[in-house]
Design a protein around this ligand. Sequence first.
Ligand SMILES: Cc1ncc(COP(=O)(O)O)c(C=O)c1O
Length: 586
Amino acid sequence: MKGQTDTKPIFPDLDNIRQQFPLLARSVHGHPLVYLDNAATTQKPLSVIESVDRYYREQNANVHRAAHFLSACTTHAFEAARETARHFINARFAEEVIWTRGATEAINLVANSWGRSQLKEGDEIVLSRLEHHANIVPWQLLAETTGAIIKVIELDESGNLDLQQYQRLLSQKTRLVAITHISNAIGTISPVKAIIELAHNAGALVLVDGSQAVAHQEVDVQALDADFYVFSGHKVYGPTGIGILYGRRELMESMPPWQGGGEMIERVSFSGTRFNSLPFKFEAGTPNIAGAIGLGKALEFLAGIDFAAVNAHESQLRSLVEEGLTQINGIRLIGLAEQKAPVVSFVSSEHHNQDIGLMLDQQGIAVRTGHHCAMPLMESLKLNGTVRASFALYNTIDEARAFVDAMEKLHHSPLYNAHPEANSDKGDESGNTRAVITEATDLPEIFRHQAPGLVTITARLNGLSGWQERYRQIMLMGKELPVLSGEWKGDDARLHGCESSVWLHYHYDDETMRLYFIADSDARVIRGLIAIVLAVFSGKTPEEIEREDIEDWFRELDLFNHLSPSRGNGLKAIVREIQAIAHRYW
Ligand SMILES: Cc1ncc(COP(=O)(O)O)c(C=O)c1O
């Protein structure tokens, strides 16, 4: 890999930092893990892991309530973590920091408390095209109940927010601007300070979704003059299930509680309830105590590292990868904003995003594929999704290189050149011809050509050592599936729950009383896996189909991990649909 980026290490103590993250030392599929899915969640340093462990081993008690020793220790640690968080974002007061389950809950809190009490029909909320669904859907729900209207800041071709158009959106009707600090999908850093100033000049409040920012840059809510700032702990080296809503004190004092319960009250009687003061007014029920303590430790860990060095190091990784990918024919980078976080999104003309994700995974490289919970952004880019590599401070130059090298191989190795469209009737190169169904008399032509039978599949997959060989076989099996033409790829045949597109059709043969299935996908690996699913189910009676256990087959073929719902490949959705169809004929 050649390029312009200076590869002199910026973090002299990177090895030391990596040693604090035990998970980074593990291997995946026999390869050292290269974890490039940090925008989804970051790994945790020992200080965080140990603080959570220690809390449950030595200290566990509820906060704020009991007079006993453990409760006092826990309350102290819990409130100390709040103070750490206050300091980290430079809020004026600790009561401006509300513990939530994460960014999503924090945004919902503001929408439900401030939004429902303040907005009326015709009021306007300004969002941007970059937003994560977590900063869209709560406002849509609010707009439905209040009659408020949502306006959208659009992007230029590089992925920068169009500030001129933003200014045109602002008016006396604008009540709130809810904007991401950094786009999780394409890495654009929003000019939040300017956005806030313009919104304030128009008399509107601003909520900043800082989910992707806090791990990469210093955040000062006072300097930004943000009214609300939210983020999740797990994206900033802390635990899951904990996050923060920062809100200006005067503003939050005037807001009604959202959820009711213990902790958020001062006095309850059946004639009325007096609410607790900030921050407890917004913290109904027992909080995630271990999470808050762990997040405090994560923020302490980050505070001990020079952010300028973090920034320079992560930018170096991004530049290396962007340069490397740009040199590969068929790869197009998505999102080239002037100010970018360490996120590299791209698409390939050669491979489906999901195929890339699966094949990188086989080499221990973890990236994210899909729409990244930013469907309105993908829609405007006219993409179904992208492949996204996102970096954290512990990633190394070697990892960045390994990723680019893997992408180069993916694009240049003949292993992957099995286009589904190149499917022919000549059979496959291993000498197997497709099974042709003859016993069913009334079977439409397209159902007659089935993928290889299970015996053939098992024989072909068993005994293959390397993942390349296995994937090659899987893709060849996919190649043997009939390619469905446009008329068979309507929305009515499309299955939901699949990251790639999957279409399924069936035919019930009255004479043999068997069900026949055909299916197709735009991802090659998925086509291969579908071939296995069809081999298990197609041509069987409804009773046999209902009895069949796909998990057993996938376990036997050592492909069980492909059935995980998190794969997003929809294999489970296909199986569910096939068995539901069988149930109708039972
Ligand atoms: C920009 C942005 N906002 C909000 C969220 C939602 O975060 P959580 O699911 O932790 O609440 C995410 C998560 O990916 C994100 O990237």
